[in-house]
Design a protein around this ligand. Structure first.
Ligand SMILES: Nc1nc2c(ncn2[C@@H]2O[C@H](COP(=O)(O)OP(=O)(O)OP(=O)(O)O)[C@@H](O)[C@H]2O)c(=O)[nH]1
Ligand SMILES: [Mg+2]
Length: 402
């Protein structure tokens, strides 16, 4: 699973990545600081089952801080998008191509209104951030339209002449973009188009279908970034009802500060926490101390967090509808074969069955699957059981085939 970080130049994408992943993607006060996409590993945050079970764990594929599990997730910081990028403006559609692998997008928007549509500095408050939300969606849709355009006549005619469902042909065409046939089917139903005659669809109808497809296959949530700058909150308050839970106040810069101080163990802070404690006050300069205290009051106390962790969690759990599963080998001690307690957490789509889950651990395990135990209740389950969030599972497989 991959989260793409998108937005116009200088909106704060690299700062967001660096805060979330402690990477060192170059940050600059000028457009197109980032050119090549920069990957990073961030974390989703969940309450760990170790608390519920009252055990001390030894995580292997994730981190547990006092009962909070941090599970790795891949992020990708791409170059800034400007209006008409799909036609080659700015860095053009190469960066749209960088988004092919993304399952969900976090759109980092400068909510202080201090940048024009191309990311150039202008007077604070003189640009409406909602314009970015509108133009960036259009860019992604136009990119899809362009990708489809050159093959559309052939695809639509083949579908009609050879009676091959249009969703099947479209899925083949869009396979490299993480767009699945189920996404296409859903979008076609929603758009109400007559699937028997795709060659008769107008340009507007195709665009409308692609707009729906984009919202399903590349869902997007919005970081109301730079919320620490004066004026940002007014913009946020104006737009929050309209975008509801998909718009989250954010200060990527504040999160970056907190992570850096936490890394040096000067403060104690778990990403997403509503507060921090200073553990080594003697290591803090007066200036840094003042910055941290300001941040505590203006951001953490006012908004509950810096927003970075909330955005990642919302993208993964609410938008992608993923659940967390803990596999173990010993159902009494909750350990793996080396004795690590609650070693791993897997993030899997809701609806994943016990056998499918076995296959994610190891292909052979799906083949040799006999049954599984839900460790919390010691209940035996069959291959078709749909796992639930927080399940701890022990898989029983045929000997010799494991
Ligand atoms: N005040 C404030 N400044 C921020 C925040 N996030 C980023 N910035 C600043 O905004 C400027 C641009 O940040 P970048 O992270 O380089 O922006 P970008 O979106 O990656 O830009 P490009 O790579 O050019 O597309 C830098 O000066 C950052 O310090 C924030 O939350 N608050
Ligand atoms: Mg950048």
């Amino acid at each position: 699973m991959l989260i793409g970080i998108v937005g116009k130049p200088s909106s704060g994408k690299s700062t967001f990545l660096n805060a979330a992943c402690l990477t060192s993607s170059k940050v600059g006060d000028y457009p197109f600081t980032t050119i090549e996409p920069v990957p990073g590993t961030g974390y989703v945050r969940i309450p760990c089952v170790c608390k519920e079970l009252g055990v001390e764990d030894n995580p292997q594929n994730s981190i547990c801080i006092e009962g909070t599990r941090l599970v790795p997730i891949q992020l990708l910081d791409v170059a800034g998008l400007v209006p008409d990028a799909w036609e080659g403006r700015g860095l053009g559609n190469k960066l749209l191509d960088d988004l092919r692998r993304a399952d969900v997008l976090i759109h980092v928007v400068d909510f202080s209104g201090s940048l024009d549509a191309d990311g150039n500095n202008i007077e604070r408050g003189s640009y409406d951030p909602e314009k970015d939300i509108v133009f960036l969606e259009r860019e992604v849709v136009k990119w899809l339209e362009q990708l489809l355009h050159k093959d559309w006549t052939r695809i639509s005619r083949t579908s009609e002449a050879e009676k091959i469902p249009i969703d099947k042909l479209l899925a083949e065409k869009l396979a490299g973009l993480q767009i699945k046939q189920s996404h296409i089917k859903k979008a076609l139903t929603k758009s109400g188009l007559n699937i028997a005659i795709p060659s008769k669809w107008s340009k507007e109808e195709i665009l409308q279908f692609l707009t729906i497809l984009r919202s399903i296959a590349k869902p997007m949530i919005f970081a109301a970034n730079k919320i620490d700058i004066e004026g940002s909150e007014d913009n946020f308050n104006r737009l929050k009802d309209q975008y509801d839970k998909d718009l989250i106040p954010c200060s990527a810069l504040a999160e970056y500060f907190l992570r850096k101080f936490a890394e040096k163990e000067i403060i104690s802070y778990t990403p997403g926490d509503p507060d921090f404690t200073i553990t080594k006050p003697d290591k803090l300069s007066e200036k840094d101390n003042a910055t941290l205290e300001k941040l505590r009051i203006d951001i953490l106390q006012k908004h509950g967090s810096t927003g970075v962790q909330s955005l990642i969690n919302r993208a993964v759990f609410d938008i992608m509808d993923v659940i967390a599963i803990y596999p173990v080998e010993d159902q009494q001690k909750y350990t793996d074969h080396s004795g690590n307690v609650l070693p791993d957490v897997y993030l899997v789509p809701r609806g994943t069955t016990a056998r499918e889950f076995a296959g994610l651990i190891h292909q052979d395990l799906a083949k040799s699957f006999i049954n599984a135990i839900l460790v919390k209740t010691q209940r035996r389950i069959g291959d078709n059981y749909e796992l639930e969030d927080g399940d701890i599972i022990k898989i029983n497989a045929a000997e010799g085939l494991k």
